[in-house]
Design a protein around this ligand. Structure first.
Ligand code: SF4
Length: 229
C-alpha cells in the first residue's frame, strides 16, 4: 500500500485505537499485562508468565504464574527446581511438561550467557529455549519498555484481519504487515488493546458485533456468525 492509501489506512487504525483506548478501561486486562504491572515490570517474571501463557486461558496462566513465583522468582532460584516440581506448580497450563523444561533451560541460559539478566534484544531473546517472536516482543514491550515492537498473538492476528488492517495468514505475517500499516505510536499497545477486545468482545467464535464499540469502523471481514451480547 502506498501514499494516500497508506495514510487512509493509518487513519482508520488510529480511529479504532483511540476508541479502544477509552472503552477497554474497566475490562479485564490480559494476564501477562497484569503480572507485569504487579511485578513492576520485572523482565524475568514477564518472560516466564508469557512462556506459560501460550495456548492457555488467561485465568490459568495467572494462577499458574503466581504459584510458580511464590516458590521461585529469579533465574537462579528457578533453575534449581526440577522439571517435575515446575510441572506440578504450573499444571494445568497447556503443554506444561514442555514448558517446564523450557523454563529451566531458559533460566540456565540467562545465568550462563547473560549474567542472570533477561536479554533486551530480539536476537538474544530468540536464542532462549521456548521463546518465539510473540514472547520476545511482549518482554521487550512490557519489561524493557520498547516502543519498536508489536506483539502479535492469535487475538491480534484475528482482529487485525477482521478489521481489514492486514490480509495475512499467520501471526508472523501480521506482525510485519502491522509495522507497515500502523502509526508507530500504537505499536506497543496494539497487543494490550486487541487482546483485551478479543477476550471480551471480538471473540474467536461468535464475536458480539451487535454491542461492539468499534462496529461502525469494522468491515467484519471473515465473520460468519455473530454472537449475542
Ligand atoms: S464489529 Fe465484530 S468483528 Fe468487528 S471488531 Fe467488533 S466484534 Fe470484532
Amino acid at each position: 500500500m502506498a501514499g494516500a492509501g497508506l495514510n487512509a489506512q493509518r487513519e482508520r487504525i488510529t480511529a479504532v485505537m483511540r476508541r479502544l483506548a477509552k472503552v477497554i478501561d474497566g475490562l479485564e486486562a490480559p494476564a501477562v499485562e497484569k503480572i507485569a504491572e504487579e511485578q513492576r515490570d520485572d523482565p524475568f517474571q514477564v518472560l516466564v508468565a508469557t512462556m506459560l501463557s501460550a495456548q492457555t486461558r488467561d485465568a490459568v496462566t495467572a494462577s499458574a504464574s503466581r504459584r510458580l513465583f511464590r516458590v521461585a522468582r529469579t533465574p537462579r532460584s528457578m533453575a534449581t527446581l526440577t522439571p517435575a516440581r515446575i510441572e506440578k506448580l504450573i499444571y494445568p497450563v497447556s503443554f506444561y511438561r514442555n514448558k517446564a523444561v523450557h523454563v529451566i533451560g531458559a533460566c540456565k541460559q540467562i545465568l550462563s550467557r547473560f549474567g542472570g539478566r533477561v536479554p533486551s534484544t530480539m536476537a538474544e531473546l530468540l536464542t532462549l529455549p521456548g521463546v518465539g517472536r510473540k514472547t520476545a516482543n511482549l518482554v521487550l514491550i512490557l519489561a524493557h519498555r520498547s516502543g519498536d515492537n508489536i506483539c502479535v498473538d492469535t487475538h491480534v492476528h484475528r482482529i487485525s484481519n477482521r478489521l481489514g488492517w492486514v490480509n495475512t495468514r499467520t501471526p508472523e505475517e501480521t506482525e510485519q504487515a502491522l509495522y507497515a500499516a500502523a502509526n508507530r505510536r500504537w505499536w506497543p499497545v496494539i497487543n494490550l488493546y486487541l487482546v483485551t477486545w478479543g477476550q471480551n468482545v471480538c471473540r474467536p467464535v461468535y464475536p458480539v458485533c451487535g454491542s461492539c464499540a468499534i462496529a461502525d469502523l469494522c468491515p467484519r471481514i471473515g465473520v460468519a456468525k455473530i454472537g449475542k451480547a
